[in-house]
Design a binder for this molecule. Structure first.
Ligand SMILES: *Cc1c(COP(=O)(O)O)cnc(C)c1O
Length: 363
């Protein structure tokens, strides 16, 4: 165990600070005791506050990876006899649609090329054509490619139509350039272990007032992932099922760390700077970035074409031997592209050292 820890450059779980990891190892605690009620309440208000939506949204915490929050939000967003519109341009958009279908929800889809942001006009047209649409679902930062969708513009289109707007912001909360208070989103999915730098195992849905109303009107499609049950319980200081107590300790600490370090503006600035460092390095090494248009690019993920004559496995293994974990291309990008996520609590000079290692491997 005295090896140098690996630097994770995959899009979650991201590297965490000593401070956050230590917080997880406290005395055992029963989730029905007042200490846990207090912890949960601190996390719920801390999430809404630190993500800038305290005036408009309320957090519901769920034990599980980000997909648990997605599933909770999707099945809570659509009333009986209505449909879900999914606008998708990557693997996670596909997942939103799959969740709907698994639960027997009628799903309409707008598919966009993976390298192009969603066009809000297409959403407007679909809402006009299909009055049965009860919710519009979209991914903010599509981690498949590192593309950022225009959620504020889409939210503007959905607002006032009677449909709810659901955003998978799991790889966007806390780190991408979007003030969530301006988005008009009713259900926002997030997780502890990407931009918030907590440990994996807890996720959450931020509900607007309309979102909170909607999850109570939607039918109960799952016992474990029924948002209305969690909302009611958590408002009363209770939890319906055993939560990952230790992961909650760490999440609470991660929120404090986020705020101590300057919160949203400071972290997005830091992530922008990281992106600039690695992308300059990639250019210098002659690596091709998938997304051409600068404004479409996320702060935290860069998708790159594999260098000629090198497989992903080879590149991955050689970098791992030097202490860095990169990530494969997904879906139609598999075998041709790889990803570098500059997410998490990174040690000093980690990115410079990574670029040196990459240069070494490419030689
Ligand atoms: C990571 C991620 C998820 C959740 O994936 P899990 O495997 O459940 O952690 C969902 N949506 C997006 C956009 C993500 O990046």
């Amino acid at each position: 165990m005295d090896d140098e820890p690996l630097v994770l450059l995959n899009p979650g779980p991201a590297c965490t600070s000593e401070r956050v990891r230590r917080a997880a190892i406290r005395a055992d605690l029963c989730h029905r005791e007042p200490e846990f009620v207090q912890l949960m309440s601190a996390i719920r208000t801390g999430l809404a506050r630190s993500l800038g939506v305290a005036a408009s949204h309320e957090a519901v915490l769920v034990t599980g990876s980000g997909t648990a929050a997605m599933e909770m939000a999707v099945i809570g967003a659509v009333r009986d006899g209505r449909s879900l519109l999914v606008v998708r341009n990557g693997v996670y958009g596909d997942r939103l649609a799959r969740i709907g279908r698994v639960h027997g929800i009628a799903v309409r889809e707008i598919a966009e090329q993976w390298t192009r942001p969603i066009d809000p006009d297409r959403v407007r047209a679909a809402l006009r054509r299909h009055p049965d649409i009860d919710a519009v679902a979209c991914v903010h930062h599509e981690t498949t490619t590192g593309l950022v969708n225009p959620i504020a513009a889409i939210g503007q289109v959905v607002a006032g139509t009677g449909a709810c707007f659901l955003v998978d912001d799991i790889s966007g909360t806390a780190i991408e350039d979007q003030d969530l208070a301006t988005v008009h989103a009713d259900l926002i999915c997030g997780t502890a272990n990407k931009g918030l730098h907590g440990l994996p195992g807890m996720s959450f849905v931020l509900l607007s007032q309309a979102g909170a109303r909607r999850v109570r009107e939607a039918p109960t499609r799952s016992l474990y992932l029924h948002a209305a049950t969690y909302l009611e319980a958590q408002r009363a200081g209770d939890v319906p099922f055993t939560p990952a107590v230790q992961i909650c300790f760490a999440l609470d600490e991660a929120i404090s760390e986020y705020e101590d370090e300057g919160g949203f503006s400071a972290r997005t600035a830091e992530y922008r700077e990281r992106a600039a460092i690695v992308r300059k390095g990639f250019d210098g090494l002659g690596l091709r970035i998938l997304l051409v248009d600068e404004p479409d690019r996320a702060n935290s993920v860069t998708t790159l074409a594999l260098p000629d004559g090198m497989s992903y496995r080879e590149l991955h293994d050689r970098l791992k031997a030097r202490g860095f974990v990169i990530y494969a291309g997904q879906g139609q990008l598999r075998g041709r592209f790889f990803r570098v996520a500059t997410m998490g609590h990174l040690p000093p000079r980690a990115l410079e050292r990574f670029l040196d290692a990459l240069e070494d491997v490419l030689r």
